[in-house]
Design a protein around this ligand. Structure first.
Ligand code: NAD
Length: 399
């Protein structure tokens, strides 16, 4: 089942039947076994690579490395990437990879070997590195991207590399910067008030969650609750985000940082002005949507809200800034990195931030203007993205 209900979306925009057919299924996909001899033992993981749509450019999308990975989830994430690049008008298509294993069970050199094996497999099956550009997602990081670069020797074959390995200054924090920027824009539109002192809870304190917290804290937001896979912490006076970041970066468990503990379920129901899921998918469901007290949800994670939960939340007057808008700062920066890799030029962190901030502001304005109180922000973002994709497919003569 695709994430978007393309038939329902025809109430808002024209989507010819063949375009609906093309968008409702992946353009191309492969599943394979990744194997790794580990001394006397043998490690094996399922892997999937999905190209959802490449009408607008090469398939762009991160590599998720997590024990919960499935082909269906990888398909959903690839579809969201196609929508995200279309919405932000970046000349990329959408794809995604998934490796079904717990990355934290592997020693660094074992993980390196598995990533190299992944590159060998996709080179065999696709025309990689010409048709797919991976990046980090849950469970993968800049070092993994540097390992991929080491295999291809082509700078634009992968983004999210460390700056000293052909990466982009500012890429590491790009998604969090974009989430914070769009949170500020959405808050202004929803309340007309200053962000200073507004309360917020963030689920997930990995790359996206931690940088989102840091940028929001810099804007004066009071982050009262934060969690990771092991649970959360809560302080109504506001958490010391700088101290928490140091604590976590030093390898200490987030839940040991200090203030009162909360479960992930409790975190999602905290009495906050806005809620930011920044971890895994489908955490807001039919079962817990009624308990959400925040009136603004910024989807830093991909697909954190099921369609049933979305309907309940919208009915309850909650504004949801959808993933394809909220977390697009990462792919915007990836595009810059890809362009620099192709041209061999340089940029700096400030320029990266400026491009992200401008793209988020421009995209958010288009989405809110098109919604114009006639539809939800999610429907508006989907409609603009799908319209772009339909036109691109028509231009390519695909229907
Ligand atoms: P990450 O691996 O760096 O961090 C994931 C965080 O989520 C960790 O703190 C982990 O403990 C927590 N977590 C995992 N499972 C959880 C659970 N069941 N309950 C609560 N917390 C849980 O991953 P990331 O790169 O920060 O990605 C987070 C989300 O943001 C994902 O949905 C990803 O698809 C999305 N995203 C990431 C990027 C990027 O640039 N990295 C870009 C766009 C979207």
């Amino acid at each position: 089942m695709p994430v978007v209900d393309y038939d329902a979306l025809t109430e808002v925009i024209d989507i010819p039947t063949p375009a609906r057919e093309l968008l409702s299924r992946p353009e191309k996909q492969i599943s394979f076994a990744l194997s790794l001899p580990l001394g006397d033992e043998f490690f094996c993981a399922d892997a999937h690579v999905v190209y959802h749509n490449t009408a607008r450019g090469v398939a762009k999308g991160g590599i998720r490395f997590d024990a919960s990975v499935t082909l269906e989830e990888t398909q959903d994430l690839a579809e969201l990437m196609a929508l995200k690049t279309a919405l932000t008008q970046i000349p990329f298509g959408g794809g995604k990879s998934g490796i079904k294993a717990d990355p934290y069970e592997l020693a660094p050199l074992e993980k390196d070997s598995l990533i190299k094996e992944f590159v060998h497999m996709i080179r065999k099956e696709f025309v990689y590195p010409l048709d797919y550009v991976p990046a980090p997602d849950m469970g993968t990081n800049p070092r993994d991207m540097a390992i991929i670069y080491g295999e291809t020797h082509i700078p634009e074959s992968v983004t999210g590399k460390p700056p000293r390995n052909g990466g982009l200054p500012g890429r590491r924090e790009a998604t969090g910067r974009g989430v914070a920027a769009v949170a500020a824009l959405a808050w202004e539109r929803a309340s007309g008030e200053s962000l200073e002192g507004a309360t917020c809870a963030v689920q997930g304190f990995g790359n996206v969650g931690s940088w989102t917290c840091q940028f929001l804290a810099d804007m004066g937001v009071r982050i009262v609750g934060v969690s990771d896979i092991h649970g959360g912490i809560y302080d109504e006076k506001g958490l010391d985000i700088g101290g928490l970041t140091e604590h976590v970066n030093a390898g200490q468990p987030l839940v040991d940082f200090g203030p009162a503990g909360v479960s992930n379920a409790e975190l999602l129901a905290l009495p906050v002005a806005f809620l930011i899921p920044a971890a895994c998918g489908e955490v807001l469901t039919e079962e817990n949507a009624e308990s959400v007290q925040a009136k603004l949800i910024i989807e830093a994670a991909n697909h954190p809200t099921t369609s049933e939960a979305d309907a309940i939340l919208v009915e309850n007057g909650v504004t949801i800034v959808p993933d394809i808008l909220a977390n697009s700062g990462g792919v915007v920066a990836s595009y810059l990195e890809w362009r620099l890799g192709k041209s061999g030029t340089m940029t700096n962190q400030q320029e990266t931030y400026e491009v992200i901030d401008e793209t988020m502001a421009d995209t958010a304005a288009r989405v809110w203007d098109f919604a114009d109180d006639r539809m939800s922000i999610r429907t508006s973002a989907w409609a603009l993205a799908v319209d772009e994709l339909v036109k691109a497919m028509a231009d390519r003569g695909w229907f």
